[in-house]
Design a binder for this molecule. Structure first.
Ligand SMILES: *Cc1c(COP(=O)(O)O)cnc(C)c1O
Length: 403
């Protein structure tokens, strides 16, 4: 029509386009103003042409927006772009990473279902299953991430879902995603992967056989520590159940945050490459330092799953954890001696962060649970940002000197 010239390239022109092209362009539809940047639609509702049009849209007979809890054009652009990057039929955006996990389970599981969750998942994910979902009749067990036999042995007739985070936080353990997918499918269950630490720039779980991918967009998808959000992506026969829960229960993504994440996605690959390059350098440097007992980073040949990481990921991520010689006091001295790096448990920011897992993210576990999870009192986690790597290293050297 008259505005076709402004619409510019259509999605059909992106058929076969590579990751970086999709990251910049997928999902955008230009409006009558011919705007080059993605439009932000801060609107809660939409106007109908007539009473009959309203009735048809409410009935679902005619496509179109009704209310932003259901659909919003900016959110849709973000969903289509992340679906393109994950190689998913459909993506659904949520208000946070946790609401993505909640919506996934509420959409796809019922009372009486059994779920296997990898033991080393994000602390709030464990709380969600243990404190809340269990109350509604969902049974949960926690096999160790790397132990395929334990996953096999943990399957029950009513196992509906396998949920893993790979690489894990903070020890960078990996799930063999293809092997777990095979196990799940042979049993008629689904495999969901929290792909937060790698992003689709480094790992594409659906291509490895997973059924669903979950993200905390708060981390690397934003990439600059500004806003909260989440995503569930997969086949539309599955994601439509997640959409159904979301539009009813309400933890949908705000259009403002969707717009920020769109901008984040445009630079995702180059940011992840820079994050990984600095993390690799720092991990190699730390591994040779006196005072450092062990470094956990899948990019090091000393990592027990280095080969799996090379097969499964196109980069090793930006989280480097290490044990110092000594106890909790030594770890705290190290952390407190840094000057530039931010003491915070967040990650996926341009700013490098440092944290003591045993007394923060994993502080609510008992000492025994922490020991089982391999989280020592002398463990420090660094999420490497985008500052000059020499400056990050110099700051970590202050920590080393304090040991
Ligand atoms: C942060 C995080 C979450 C939760 O996401 P929020 O956006 O904070 O709700 C889930 N999984 C992983 C691996 C995370 O790092």
């Amino acid at each position: 029509m008259s505005n076709d010239w402004q619409a510019g390239r259509l999605d059909s022109d992106l058929q076969g386009a590579a990751f970086d092209t999709l990251a910049v362009r997928a999902g955008q539809r230009r409006g009558p103003e011919g705007e080059h940047g993605e439009a932000l639609f801060p609107t809660s509702s939409y106007v109908f042409r007539s009473a009959a049009d309203a009735a048809a849209r409410f009935a679902g007979d005619v496509p179109g927006n009704v209310y932003s809890r259901y659909t919003n054009p900016t959110v849709r652009t973000f969903e289509e772009r992340i679906a393109a990057l994950e190689g998913a039929e459909q993506a659904v955006a949520t208000a946070s990473g946790m609401s993505a996990i909640l919506a996934l389970v509420m959409g796809l599981c019922s009372a009486g279902d059994h779920v296997l969750v990898s033991r080393s998942v994000f602390g709030s994910t464990i709380s969600l299953f243990e404190k809340y979902l269990k109350r509604f009749g969902i049974q949960v067990d926690y096999p160790p991430l790397v132990d395929l036999d334990a996953w096999r042995a943990g399957l029950k007739p009513n196992t509906r879902l396998l949920f893993v985070e790979s690489p894990s936080n903070p020890l960078a353990e990996l799930a063999d995603i293809a092997a777990l997918a095979e196990l799940a499918h042979a049993h008629g269950a689904l495999l969901a992967v929290d792909n937060c630490f790698c992003t689709p720039a480094l790992q594409r779980p659906l291509a490895l056989g997973a059924d669903l991918v979950v993200h905390s967009a708060t981390k690397y998808i934003d990439g600059q520590g500004r806003s909260m959000g989440g995503v569930v992506a997969g086949r539309s026969e599955l994601t439509k159940e997640v959409v159904g829960f979301l539009r009813t229960a309400g933890p949908t993504l705000s259009p403002f945050n969707a717009w920020i994440f769109l901008k984040g996605l445009e630079t995702l690959r180059v940011r992840m490459q820079a994050h990984c390059a600095s993390a690799q350098r720092l991990a190699e440097w730390l591994e040779g330092q006196p005072g450092i007992r062990r470094v956990y980073y899948a990019g090091l040949p000393s990592h027990p799953q280095h080969d799996l990481a090379r097969r499964q990921q196109s980069g090793f991520g930006a989280v480097v954890s290490f044990e110092v010689d000594g106890d909790r006091d030594a770890a705290w001295r190290f952390i407190d001696a840094t000057r530039m790096i931010s003491i915070t448990t967040n990650l996926g920011d341009t700013k490098t962060t440092i944290a003591h897992p045993a007394t923060t993210s994993h502080g609510r576990l008992s000492a025994e649970e922490r020991a089982n999870a391999g989280i020592g009192d002398n463990l420090i986690r660094v999420a490497v940002g985008l500052e000059d790597v020499a400056d990050i290293q110099a700051d970590l050297a202050l920590g080393l000197a304090a040991l």
